[in-house]
Write a protein of this length. Structure first.
Length: 254
């Protein structure tokens, strides 16, 4: 049976999550304490046992409208490769269409999964660039982002997923709790862990000065950087004909 979860399912959901996503236990704890919404968890249940699950998170794409972001797709190891995830996703499409959402979007966890999702009607639509920046030149004045800086973040951001104030507040809180940083100057911002997870800028000078400062913060001469680019990263399943050429999304709890 496919259904939305309820409070009685939470412990089983946490258990399956930890089995399928063991790499970041601190994030897992934070996610369930601060972000997880049981009402957005769609599960496949068989004989009162949780077999498979997804999170149907609501987002909006600029110029397109409301979409569902499929997050945390997980199947219990003994039930994999039996079609349960396919059935669960098909159930999510029916829900999307009922609520007049324009598309389903997701970020495959690895390159092999691109082929799996293509068989379900998804196509490449979101792209990133990954490179290495070498410290070169002067550092700019930067500061760690606070709530008062959210308007500046929104002005600098040029991606295709709508990011409201609540989105930025959630990310500021999450990075403060888990050890990451978001640095900003008047013409650029960078989301930083042990690499730059995202950078947006209005001038090349601002980008370079910010990255030089990030290198100093990390104590390194080089830093890995993710930004807009041309490498396939996310996919979309359209429910109607919409233009989705070379879009960018990132920082989707991925």
């Amino acid at each position: 049976m496919i259904r939305f979860a309820n409070e009685n399912d939470i412990e089983n959901i946490k258990g399956l999550w930890d089995i399928c996503f063991p790499e970041e236990p601190d994030f897992n704890k934070y996610f369930f304490a601060n972000i997880f919404d049981v009402n957005k968890a769609l599960i496949y249940e068989m004989e009162n046992k949780l077999i498979s699950m997804i999170q149907m998170l609501p987002y909006e794409i600029k110029g397109i409208g409301k979409v569902t972001y499929i997050y945390g797709a997980a199947t219990s190891p003994q039930y994999r490769n039996k079609g349960y995830m396919r059935e669960l996703l098909e159930g999510s499409y029916r829900i999307d269409k009922k609520h007049k959402r324009k598309a389903s979007i997701l970020i495959p966890a690895n390159k092999e999964l691109f082929d799996f999702y293509k068989k379900l009607g998804y196509e490449n639509a979101f792209y990133i660039g990954e490179g290495v920046y070498t410290r070169n030149g002067d550092e700019g004045d930067i500061s760690e982002v606070k709530y008062k800086d959210i308007s500046k973040l929104m002005n600098l951001y040029t991606g295709d997923i709508v990011r409201k104030r609540s989105y930025w507040k959630m990310y500021i809180d999450m990075y403060n709790a888990l050890g990451g940083k978001i640095f900003i100057r008047k013409d650029a911002y960078a989301v930083v862990t042990d690499r730059v997870e995202e950078i947006m800028y209005s001038t090349d000078e601002g980008k370079n000065k910010l990255l030089n400062a990030v290198c100093s913060y990390l104590g390194k001469d080089t830093v890995d950087v993710i930004e807009k680019g041309y490498e396939p990263f996310g996919m979309i399943k359209k429910y109607k004909d919409i233009d989705t050429d070379n879009m960018y999304m990132n920082l989707m709890l991925n």
